[in-house]
Write a protein that binds this ligand. Structure first.
Ligand SMILES: Nc1nc2c(c(=O)[nH]1)N[C@H]1C(S)=C(S)[C@@H](COP(=O)(O)O)O[C@H]1N2
Ligand SMILES: [Mo]
Length: 395
């Protein structure tokens, strides 16, 4: 079985790909992006970057259901040398380093381990970076660098147990088949502490929403780290290395670090803070049936619906405000697909007076953490989870 034929066309960028464009709610120009259907396994996506592919999910997709279809699921890679196809028969996952026995596992061998499923949100650390004020460098995502899927695979712990982790191991490092485009650039690798890696939830996923992974989402195998930002969700996973010392390579020591303060939230002028690797996600909620600038008639109640997630735990409440946050009412939560999943919510506002109204939604998770009313800021554009506001024109 081969997957992903056609990615070779990534090299040839043609403006003709753009079927139309979309205006994103970014805080400055340029705020329009082309929509593209030119990527293998993908439907209409917002083109953020071509090489390597950065494709954002158009926000209306999140109104259609709690699981994000594979062909609309966002895509993010760091390096442009991505295999354009992977031979699933020849593929091997290496397990090596501080272990009793090195392994080289075929996909068939992996599939024979006990399988489990988990619904989990995959969200880029930089999701919503385009909404940072003042602006920060990096991909200017709106809110669509996230998605929710039902992942199927095997437990990382089971694989590590087969190799036998030696005493003195402290971390486990993951790397995929993609490579840097220049020789001395750092290969993309991420590490988890051993206890986390063996905790039972971290998965080697070979399916997403009941189908094989799209090539661009990591075919044939990817790491799923429920509740953690997807920088750790290493795609096309081919190498697992057990370390007897903390990982000090670029992607842990330099990149993907946040200020070590609650919510990673600092002032633009602030200096002298300690940094730590980004880790657990924080709660968020979004309206999906109304966009900023939407118009409704006076005298009619306003139906609202959307999605929320707790971050590293479940959703306790979603609240809705029709008056810019002065008063709040509880939304009704939809089916619970598991603590790491998107959760639907529904609510309404009574008929509103003519004028502009600031509608806000906020999530509190089961750890008691609530989204901040003000936007989050840090220099890397990570962990945005400020309360979203949609302005409604009532006339
Ligand atoms: N092999 C590999 N895995 C990777 C990356 C990468 O560059 N290479 N990027 C990570 C980051 S930062 C993100 S946001 C997610 C994106 O996952 P997706 O493309 O399936 O949505 O992949 C993660 N896994
Ligand atoms: Mo990311």
């Amino acid at each position: 079985m081969l997957a992903g034929l056609g990615l070779g066309s990534l090299a040839a960028v043609a403006p003709a790909w753009a079927v139309s464009s979309v205006k994103l709610p970014l805080l400055g120009d340029p705020d329009t992006r082309d929509l593209t259907t030119a990527f293998p396994g993908k439907g209409s996506m917002i083109l953020q970057r071509t090489r390597p592919p950065l494709l954002e999910t158009p926000f209306e997709v999140f109104d259609q259901g709690v699981f994000t279809p594979n062909d609309r699921f966002y895509v993010r890679w760091h390096w442009a040398s991505i295999p354009t196809e992977v031979d699933a028969k020849a593929f091997r996952l290496k397990v090596r380093g501080h272990v009793d026995k090195e392994l080289s596992l075929s996909l068939d061998e992996i599939a024979r381990l006990p399988r489990f499923e988990i619904a989990a949100v995959n969200q880029c650390s930089g999701n919503s970076r385009g909404l940072f004020a003042p602006r920060v460098p990096g991909a200017q995502w709106a809110n669509g660098a996230m998605g929710n899927a039902r992942w199927t695979g095997v437990c990382l712990k089971d694989v590590l147990d087969r190799a036998g982790v030696k005493a003195g191991a402290v971390q486990v490092r993951f790397s995929g088949l993609d490579e840097p485009v220049v020789e001395d650039a750092p290969d993309f690798k991420k590490s988890l502490d051993l206890d986390h890696a063996r905790g039972g939830e971290v998965m080697l996923a070979y399916a997403m929403n009941g189908e094989q992974l799209p090539l661009l989402n990591g075919f044939p195998l990817r790491l799923v780290v429920p509740g953690w930002y997807s920088t750790y969700w290493v795609k096309m996973l081919s190498d697992i290395e057990v370390l007897d010392r903390p990982d000090d390579q670029y992607w842990m020591k330099t990149a993907y670090r946040i200020p070590d303060v609650p919510g990673a939230n600092i002032k633009p002028s602030q200096t002298g803070f300690k940094t730590v690797p980004i880790s657990r996600m924080v709660p968020r909620a979004f309206l999906t049936n109304l966009r900023g600038g939407a118009r409704v008639a006076t005298g009619s109640p306003v139906a609202l619906r959307g999605i929320a997630f707790g971050g590293d735990c479940g959703v306790r409440t979603v609240e809705i405000s029709g008056d810019g946050g002065a008063t709040w009412s509880l939304a009704k939560l939809g089916a619970d697909e598991g603590i790491y999943s998107f959760r639907r919510f529904e609510g309404g506002l009574p008929a509103l007076a003519a004028g502009t109204h600031a509608i806000k939604v906020r999530c509190t998770n089961t750890n008691g953490l609530t989204q901040p009313m003000d936007p989050v800021w840090n220099g890397a554009g990570f962990m945005q989870n400020g309360v979203e506001t949609v302005s409604l024109q009532v006339a």
